[in-house]
Structure formats: structure tokens, C-alpha cells
Ligand binder design. Structure first.
Ligand SMILES: Nc1ncnc2c1ncn2[C@@H]1O[C@H](COP(=O)(O)OP(=O)(O)OP(=O)(O)O)[C@@H](O)[C@H]1O
Ligand SMILES: [Mg+2]
Length: 372
């Protein structure tokens, strides 16, 4: 059976999907739509259900309820091999006794393609992945990155319309991860398969995804573009999960005129009353010695990371904030230091649910920030 061509990649539709193991609920109920050809990254902490969700899409794990569609086709009751998808795992188990060529060609052979067709297809995939000169080698004669490329070749050789990855880069060193990330983005542009990629690495998520699905305890916290996820996190969970160093989050109380930390200074004017969580990213804080309207702080710690500095400062009352400063910014540490928190860069969250309160500072005339 010929697989659907990549140019007509099917979208994925998950509707009311649930999953429990022996009464333990892992996915309470999840619905999401991924467009044909879209690159979705599922991001979340260990144990949140990323692999479970991917395995249900692949057909390696039965669903407890709900439907999975590839295009118009309902696939949740189909065998993996009848779904038209392929998966790459973290532990890319290659057949050790087979050559690279045979490893990649294996599924084509099983599908009954002729030797000529196998050679033609494997040749094309090998060229795409830079494996042409390695086709006669055994897996043991390859580097980690080359093995991972063979695993990817094995997945894409059948031209699946849906391509699934479960942490495929986790076993590689930092440089190789970076190189493979660029290769994967390039590969996706060329083959256009609808791709779902699981990771807990936020850099992979930010750089590869058309949209990131942030998963927390089997629930979707937010499913949006990397830019929206970064600049307009829907919850404190998302805000903390993306960004390094992570967003500063302070417990604050509103008295009707402003928000302040307990026993600390006024941080921002606001007519709100009650307890909130106030967030600001380290790069959005202004820090300096000559900020007349600034909030006084003391310097706690300074880390020089070469390209930038991460400075920890303390407010009256004890709360601490991290601030990133670009390389070369001169900070006169002998002077009294101040911070300014630009209103249009602040995030406000409900203390209980953690949900973001949108446009929280509009009532005091803050310019509405549009991230385009
Ligand atoms: N076969 C199983 N039986 C019972 N519980 C399971 C089974 N497989 C997974 N789980 C549980 O389901 C939850 C989600 O697991 P899953 O493997 O999907 O997490 P994950 O997000 O992929 O985590 P990681 O980042 O560590 O790979 C975990 O609490 C796990 O213990
Ligand atoms: Mg997993």
C-alpha cells in the first residue's frame, strides 16, 4: 500500500481523548487539532503524559475513550501499521546485524516493494540525511548522531503522512542536538509531514514548533505559537516552564491603589484588591543606578555567562528577582541600585488556579501590548 504523499499530509484531530491505567487517570480529557503539515511540539515535565499521548496517536497504546482522526479517517482502533504514521524513539533500536541500507529498507521489504524500488527510495532518503556514504556500515560503526539519522531515515522512507518523535535527541550531546535540531527543521520543510514531537527541552520546543502544546498532568495548559507561549503565557505553569532563567513570579497584594509584596515596596499602580501572582521576565526588568522613579534593591549575586549577566537583586521585605543584562552593560555596583518594571511587560495570575489575567494593567492606562 502506498502511503499518502507528504504534500497532502493529513491533519490530526484528537477529540475527547482519555487514558487511564488500572483506574489511574493519566489523560483526563484532551481535544486538539493539528493542521496538515504542521509541526507540533508536546512539551511538559516528566510524567505529565507526553509519551502516553504520542503512543495513542501512533497506536502503540490503546485509548480509554475518545477519537483520533488522521484527516477524515478515524484511526484509534487501527493497528499502527495501518495508520500511515511512523515514529522515532529516544532509544532508536536499530537492527545491529543489518547494514544501514537494510535498516532503512526493512519496512519497504516487509511492504513488498521490489529491490529496485527499495534502492531508489533508500537512496533518496540517505541523500536527504547525509547517509549516502554510510549505507554499507553496521550500526555499531556509526556515531550517535549518525544512528539517530538512520532511525529517522527508517521512519520517513515509507513517506508517512504523520511523523511522530518521542525525545529523539535526548541521547545526543549539546552540539549534536543543536545540529540535529537544524536538520529536523530542514527535513520538515522538505517532506511536509504532519509532525508531533515530544520533548521536555524548551529550546527544542521554541525552535522547532509551529505550535507548542504545553501539557501538565495530562491537561493542555496552552496550545499556541512559540511567540504567544513566551509572551502571553496562559498560566503561571506555562510562564515558569518556558524561559531561562524562568520568569520572576512574586506573591503580591492589591489594596486598591497598587500591588505590593508583603512588607515591601509598591511595585505597580493598580485598582485591584486581593492576592495575586505578579510575573516579569528577567530580560524585561530595567536595572540601574540612575533610575529616579525606580524601586530600590540590593545586589545579591551576579553570574557572568559571557554573552550576558544574570543578576539577582533583593527588594525591601526580602523578595528576590533575577535580571538579565546584555554583555557590556555597565552596572555601577558601588551605587544604590533601582529596578523599573515596565507595566506592559508585567503578567498577572490568579493565585489559586494560576490562570493569566489578560490586560491586567489596562485600567491604569498602560498601553496594550500587541505581540505580532
Ligand atoms: N503502562 C503503564 N501502567 C501504568 N502507568 C503508566 C504506564 N505507562 C505510563 N504510566 C504513567 O502515566 C503517566 C504518564 O507517563 P508518560 O510516560 O506518558 O510520561 P511522559 O510525559 O512521557 O514522561 P517523561 O518525560 O519522563 O518521558 C506517569 O505517571 C506514568 O507513571
Ligand atoms: Mg516520555
Amino acid at each position: 500500500m502506498r502511503m499518502a504523499q507528504a504534500s497532502r499530509a493529513a491533519g490530526i484531530s484528537l477529540a475527547g481523548l482519555t487514558k487511564s491505567y488500572d483506574g489511574t487517570v493519566v489523560i483526563p480529557e484532551l481535544s486538539a487539532e493539528m493542521a496538515g503539515g504542521e509541526f507540533t511540539v508536546i512539551l511538559g515535565p516528566s510524567g505529565c503524559g507526553k509519551s502516553t499521548l504520542l503512543n495513542m496517536i501512533a497506536g502503540l497504546e490503546p485509548v480509554s475513550g475518545g477519537t483520533i482522526r488522521f484527516g477524515e479517517r478515524e484511526v484509534q482502533d487501527l493497528e499502527p501499521k495501518h495508520r500511515g504514521c511512523a515514529m522515532v524513539f529516544q532509544n532508536y533500536a536499530l537492527y545491529p546485524h543489518m547494514s544501514v541500507f537494510r535498516n532503512i529498507a526493512y519496512s519497504l521489504k516487509v511492504a513488498g516493494l521490489s529491490e529496485v524500488e527499495q534502492s531508489e527510495r533508500v537512496g533518496r532518503v540517505a541523500k536527504m540525511l547525509g547517509l549516502t556514504d554510510l549505507l554499507d556500515r553496521k550500526p555499531s560503526q556509526l556515531s550517535g548522531g549518525q544512528r539517530q539519522r538512520v532511525a529517522i531515515g527508517r521512519a520517513i522512507v515509507r513517506e508517512p503522512s504523520v511523523l511522530l518523535f518521542d525525545e529523539p535527541l535526548s541521547n545526543l550531546d549539546a552540539q549534536l542536538r543543536h545540529d540535529m535540531r537544524i536538520e529536523l527543521a530542514e527535513l520538515h520543510r522538505r517532506i511536509g509531514a504532519t509532525t508531533v514531537f515530544v520533548t521536555h527541552d524548551q529550546v527544542e520546543a521554541m525552535t522547532l514548533a509551529d505550535r507548542i502544546l504545553v501539557l501538565n498532568k495530562g491537561r493542555i495548559e496552552q496550545f499556541d505559537t512559540p511567540r504567544e507561549i513566551y509572551h502571553r503565557p496562559a498560566s503561571e505553569f506555562v510562564a515558569r516552564f518556558i524561559g531561562a532563567p524562568p520568569m520572576n513570579i512574586l506573591s503580591v497584594t492589591g489594596n486598591g491603589t497598587g500591588l505590593r509584596v508583603p512588607d515591601g515596596p509598591l511595585l505597580v499602580p493598580s485598582s485591584r484588591r486581593g492576592d495575586f501572582r505578579l510575573g516579569i521576565r528577567p530580560e524585561d526588568v530595567t536595572l540601574g543606578a540612575r533610575l529616579p522613579d525606580g524601586i530600590p534593591v540590593t545586589l545579591v549575586h551576579r553570574e557572568d555567562l559571557g554573552s550576558h549577566n544574570v543578576v539577582t537583586v533583593r527588594l525591601d521585605g526580602g523578595a528576590e528577582l533575577r535580571v538579565t543584562l546584555p554583555f557590556g552593560s555597565d552596572l555601577d555596583e558601588s551605587r544604590h541600585l533601582f529596578i523599573v518594571l515596565p507595566r506592559h511587560r508585567l503578567h498577572l495570575f490568579e493565585p489559586g488556579s494560576g490562570r493569566a489575567i489578560r490586560n491586567a494593567f489596562e485600567d491604569i492606562g498602560a498601553r496594550k501590548e500587541e505581540h505580532v
